[in-house]
Design a protein around this ligand. Structure first.
Ligand SMILES: *Cc1c(COP(=O)(O)O)cnc(C)c1O
Length: 364
């Protein structure tokens, strides 16, 4: 009998299947221009101030980065009315979710989340021998009542993605207040707010920093990948209690946020204009898509993120393949078990038109 070399939990995990690289799509279908509306990236490009800051730092890359990301944490603390030791910076929001798992999950511990949501925290929790307990989406929303009912003596974390990826909709102030009131104080609520800057234009979107100030066992996740457009250098962060931040700091890895990433984030933080332009472009693009869906009689979920989830009424693998032939990459809902839905990221007016025209052609 041969023993397995690998950790037991790895047998339950599947390798990540990356989307087709743009170059491959171009070759396969003989098209010059590919529009990638699949990963919720910023189609305006990176924050110009972030780019400038990176260029200045390039000459210092022989020197290790600041392991504490002190300047960045200090600036973030000022921005959100917290202190630097309420903040943990990570190599992208994804690393923050990994750090959260490593901070809280022992074998047998449970994480409660919706069944259709961002999956990274659940994956890391299971990797550590934890158990993901999911609750079906109800009327396209995360079912907080159902999630509260799933709390057991083993529950450590509740994960709320707000706006929810891939559905795009928000949980409102009232709904979040209901959740907070009904979850015991010794369970950590994780609010994944990767799309915060897009969502906060909706007056019903909760201000989670206020919740954190009342309820220390709260973690708010934000990222520089989406609105500031620096996904390629990887910076995300958590806002939480000092106690939790200290524990998370023990497992983050010494130099987890590299020198260019810290510089880019500091530049992006100063770039209010780029954020404003991005949010403006986003809602323009969403408006154009909604108009297209309505003209085609398609059901869609009202979004406060930089993507929208739409029911094409046809097999989503077929529709996304047809879009691919026309040079447009989107995510087929089938990967979440929503077989007739697509998740489409927003883009410039030109990119959005290319998508809506292609969709009309395919579905007519
Ligand atoms: C994009 C995203 C993140 C984190 O992205 P990073 O690029 O790793 O910072 C986290 N949560 C959700 C819901 C996201 O969509």
């Amino acid at each position: 009998m041969s023993k397995s070399l690998f950790r037991n939990e790895l047998s339950k995990l599947r390798p990540y299947v990356p989307g087709k690289p743009i170059e491959e799509v171009q070759k396969e279908y003989g098209i010059d221009e590919v529009v990638k509306l699949a990963s919720n990236e910023n189609q305006l490009g990176p924050s110009p101030k972030a780019m400038e800051a990176v260029k200045k730092q390039v000459e210092n890359i022989n020197v290790y980065p600041d392991p504490a990301s002190m300047e960045l944490r200090t600036k973030l603390a000022e921005k959100y009315g917290l202190e630097y030791d309420n903040i943990v910076v990570g190599n992208g929001g994804e690393q923050i979710l990994q750090i959260i798992s490593q901070t809280f999950i022992d074998a047998g511990d449970e994480v409660v989340s919706a069944d259709t949501t961002f999956t990274i925290l659940g994956i890391w929790a299971e990797h550590l021998g934890g158990k993901l307990v999911t609750v079906p989406i109800d009327g396209y929303k995360q079912d907080f009542k159902g999630m509260i009912e799933k709390i057991s003596k083993n529950t450590k974390l509740i994960y709320v993605c707000n706006p929810n990826n891939p559905l795009g909709n928000i949980m409102t102030k009232d709904e979040v207040e209901y959740l907070v009131e009904n979850v015991p104080d010794d369970i950590v609520i994780v609010f994944d707010e990767a799309y915060y800057d897009f969502a906060k234009v909706n007056p019903d979107y909760p201000e989670s920093v206020d919740i954190l100030k009342q309820r220390p066992n709260t973690i708010i996740l934000r990222t520089f990948s989406k609105v500031t457009g620096i996904a390629g250098v990887r910076v995300g962060f958590a806002l939480t209690s000092k106690e939790i931040a200290t524990e998370m700091g023990k497992v983050k890895g010494t130099f987890n946020v590299n020198r260019l990433a810290q510089a880019a984030a500091l530049g992006a933080l100063e770039d209010e204009e780029h954020i404003k332009n991005t949010v403006e472009m986003n809602y323009k693009s969403l408006g154009m898509m909604e108009e297209c869906f309505e003209s085609l009689g398609l059901e869609y979920i009202k979004s406060n993120a930089n993507f929208v989830f739409v029911n094409t009424g046809k097999n989503s693998n077929m529709v996304s393949e047809e879009l691919l032939k026309r040079g447009i990459v989107v995510k087929a809902g089938s990967i979440w078990g929503w077989d007739t839905w697509l998740r489409v990221s927003t883009g410039t007016v030109k990119q959005t038109e290319k998508f809506t025209n292609a969709l009309k052609e395919i579905l007519k």
